[in-house]
Ligand binder design. Sequence first.
Ligand code: Z5A
Length: 218
Amino acid sequence: MKHKYLGKFITLEGTEGAGKSTNLKFMESWLKAQDIEVITTREPGGTDISEAVRAILLDNNNTAMTAETELLLMFAARNQHLQEKIIPALEAGKWVISDRFTDASYAYQGAARGISYGRILELEQWVQQGFYPNMTFVFDLSIEEGMKRVKSRGQTDRFEEEEHDFFEKVRSAYLNRAKQAPQRYEVIDAGLPLVQVQAQVEQKLKQLCLSAGKKVVA
Ligand code: Z5A
């Protein structure tokens, strides 16, 4: 479903180390070169309140957090993020790129933690009121390769301490969601060298620009 705002909303998803942050920067500069006003953001987070919620969610001392609390906090942060930042920017005609959004709730809290699809859908409908991204890039990478890429980072957060099987469930959930709605998702082979990954991303951004009536500068 398409939203009614002037700007476009693009989200980036994938498992750990798949290249979301790297490609978010690439997308931002590519769109700016097309003279498109764009802001970048992330979930959980993006506003002062949502970043405070993020700190609770990622804190690896919070071992007692239930899956339901985790889901509710994700949507609390999302509500604030949408109302305070994403929707005003789209209304002003800006494009918004977010490192993760609601697909992550279906993948992590749904497929990996085991919360039912229906429960997540209820929250999605309440918080988003029919609002969805125009396009979602799924950066698909083996869990082993993703772990290798982020190994040098040092301290892990609460999610990064999960087992391999948890991330396999997340990866499958993203691929299944992409299969069910190919018009919204673009699955990117994130195991390729960066220059090839970016070529795939650029091709899709060009299509999105053209569909928005924007001329693409080579
Ligand atoms: N979460 C949730 O459970 N439910 C929700 O609803 C939401 C989120 C919204 C937030 O983490 C956590 O919240 C996340 C899910 C949960 N937990 N996990 N795990 P995050 O999104 O902030 O962080 P992350 O997922 O752990 O992202 P990341 O590890 O930073 O990965 P990335 O951004 O996808 O990767 P990167 O930093 O761009 O790249 C990693 C390294 O690989 C870096 O050195 C790059 O230079 C390198 N790289 C990138 N691309 C390539 C290629 N193509 N070849 C070689 N090397 C590359």
